[in-house]
Design a protein around this ligand. Structure first.
Ligand code: ASP
Length: 582
């Protein structure tokens, strides 16, 4: 038996018991006549003691020579500590060791295995197995487990069945590039790894599995933006015989359950907002509504003066920064530089100070008098002591810029509190999205999303205006879930493919199996998928998903621990009928 107890288990009431413990040497303090060793395992730390009086001399010597992270087993007696440590659960006792077995030696770890380590990110990733020994990483993985178990239990109680769908499939378009796997047995042919199990879960609905879920890996070959992973996990769900309202209430139920059981937070009802409203009020389809700073559109009150920048702009829009009048000129200039960076791309920014005495001082005083500026304050909801910041230009771009500024300021002002939770449903997304580069439309959610009833006819004349039965669940400014009511008849699906630029032949080649299935009695259905990594991170009060993934990839999509991706030898290439032409 390697152990009778874990290293986090023993308490004062165990005093006098003989125990066997196994674990890693975390710390060693050698006072000459006495040696203390902190023994660590997943459950905690127990202090071991060896001393001149009570331990055999060779045992003391052996203890003294233990290196950090050596794997050992000890047998001994639980005794009360002379000086207790109230900071750890086992702090009242120590184990007087009578027998010490070294189970395995360890090299000196390249960074300290402590809560605050001296190891940088890259080094920690390279030795992730050592990083996982550290509390912050270990606790995040345990936290993730708690969330996934809660999800499974809740959905199972609601009658959902977890079904596994294949990983070696044909492309499922979610708007990213596919990861491809060459087929050895079928020369010149490739599988695609699923961007999501979308088509399979729809086929399960045709199969009559009317409540499906799966905690599943998805793969998207995108240029990696910060904090995206090429493989990530979804809580993927689908239901048959449902309308949008059924989906929203079912998954509001799941999210409420998680907030309650994981964080002890009660939220009565999640607010809802249409996509159009979210864009107008926050410039963003995933607004963080934990704080105000809502957009105020100033076109009608700014555009009949001499200020040409505003007169020629499609949109003039501002926000009020709470307490922002305390910013120095230098600080405001820094903000102006911030929005002018290429990543944001604003040409400039107008500001207006709201003084405590009710007067205003703006950077465009030449064009706007106190009465005009009072109107700006009214529209942006600015109070005395605030600072109004105004951007102008093409509508979509300007909204995106101001939204980025709003989030940046909120972060700086500490308004994005990690332990405050503000969920929001965003509904009525557009069905199609214009690709500015190619001038063509593509599905905003995916091609299987149904248009709102009665809007199919608009597809020809005003495609950009057609709304979809599509919804996102937003939590604290992050999209944590998204889904839609699906098309479930062949004809509508064919119309949709046509509008997305597929010829009937292409549609048949790529999605014939789904269109065929629709002819065998497909029930009305819809669903949603949550991004588990992000959900866990936010519930954990953080936003970096990497910290909640056991073996994440870095920003270039590499696993630096196993050193993947890697080249393969010619033999393997040949077997796969591939030739590298670099
Ligand atoms: N398959 C979709 C996605 O990955 C989710 C859904 O529509 O259910 O975003």
């Amino acid at each position: 038996m390697y152990r009778s107890h874990s290293c986090g288990e023993l308490r004062a009431e165990n005093t006098g018991t003989n125990v066997t413990l196994s674990g890693w040497v975390s710390k060693l303090r050698d006072k000459g006549f006495v040696v203390w060793v902190d023994l660590r395992d997943r459950y905690g730390i127990t202090q071991l003691v060896f001393d001149e009086e009570r331990s055999a001399a060779d045992l003391l010597e052996k203890a003294r020579s233990l290196g950090r992270e050596t794997v050992i087993q000890v047998k001994g007696e639980v005794i009360e500590r002379a000086s207790k440590n109230p900071n750890i659960p086992t702090g009242e006792i120590e184990v007087l060791v009578k027998e010490l077995n070294v189970l395995n030696q360890a090299l000196l770890p390249p960074f300290t295995i402590e809560d605050e380590t001296d190891g940088g990110e890259e080094l920690r990733m390279q030795y992730r197995y050592l990083d996982i020994r550290r509390n912050p990483v270990k606790n995040n993985l345990i936290f993730r487990h708690k969330v996934t178990i809660a999800v499974r239990n809740y959905l199972s109680e609601q009658g959902f069945i977890e079904v596994e769908t294949p990983y070696l499939i044909k492309s499922t378009p979610e708007g990213a590039r596919d990861f491809l796997v060459p087929s050895r047995m079928n020369e010149g042919q490739f599988y695609a790894l699923p961007q999501s199990p979308q088509t399979f879960k729809q086929l399960l609905m045709v199969g009559g599995m009317d409540k499906y879920f799966q905690i599943v890996k998805c793969f998207r070959d995108e240029d990696l933006r910060a904090d995206r992973q090429p493989e990530f996990t979804q809580i993927d769900c689908e239901m048959a015989f449902v309308e949008q309202e059924d989906i929203l209430s079912t998954f509001e139920g799941l999210t409420k359950h998680l907030l309650k059981t994981i964080r002890g937070v009660d939220i009565e009802k999640f607010p809802r907002m249409t996509y159009d409203e979210a864009m107008k009020r926050y410039g963003n389809d995933k607004p963080d509504i934990r704080f105000g700073m809502e957009f105020g559109e100033l076109n009608s009150i700014t555009q009949h003066k001499e200020f040409n920048v505003f007169n020629t702009a499609e949109l003039v829009v501002g926000i009020a920064v709470p307490g922002g009048n305390s910013y120095t000129r230098k600080e405001i200039d820094k903000l102006i530089d911030w929005v002018k960076r290429p990543q944001i791309g604003a040409k400039g920014m107008v500001y207006c100070r709201c003084n405590e005495d009710g007067s205003f001082k703006s950077s465009v005083d030449k064009f706007y008098n106190q009465e005009d500026l009072a109107k700006w304050a009214a529209v942006t909801n600015a109070k005395p002591g605030d600072l109004i910041l105004v951007l102008s230009g093409e509508t979509n771009k300007t909204r995106t810029q101001l939204s980025a500024l709003r989030m940046h300021l909120a972060q700086e002002l500490g308004l994005r509190k990690p332990d405050e939770f503000a969920p929001l449903w965003v509904v009525d997304f557009p069905l199609l999205e214009l690709d500015e580069e190619t001038g063509t439309y593509h599905a905003m959610h995916h091609p299987f999303t149904s248009p709102k009833p009665g809007q199919l006819d608009l597809l020809d004349s005003r495609p950009g205006e057609v709304k979809a039965n599509a919804y996102d669940l937003v939590l604290n400014g992050n999209e944590i879930g998204g889904g839609s009511i699906r098309i479930h008849d062949k004809e509508t699906q064919a119309v949709m493919f046509k509008h997305l630029g597929f010829s009937p032949e292409e549609a048949k080649a790529q999605f014939g199996f789904l269109m065929d299935a629709f002819q065998y009695g497909a029930p009305p259905h819809g669903g949603i998928a949550f991004g588990l990594d992000r959900l866990v991170a936010i519930l954990g009060g953080q936003e970096t998903i990497r910290d909640f993934i056991a073996f994440p990839k870095n920003n270039s999509g590499r696993d630096v621990m196993i050193d993947a991706p890697a080249t393969i030898d010619n033999e393997q290439l040949k077997e796969l009928h591939l030739k590298l032409d670099l």
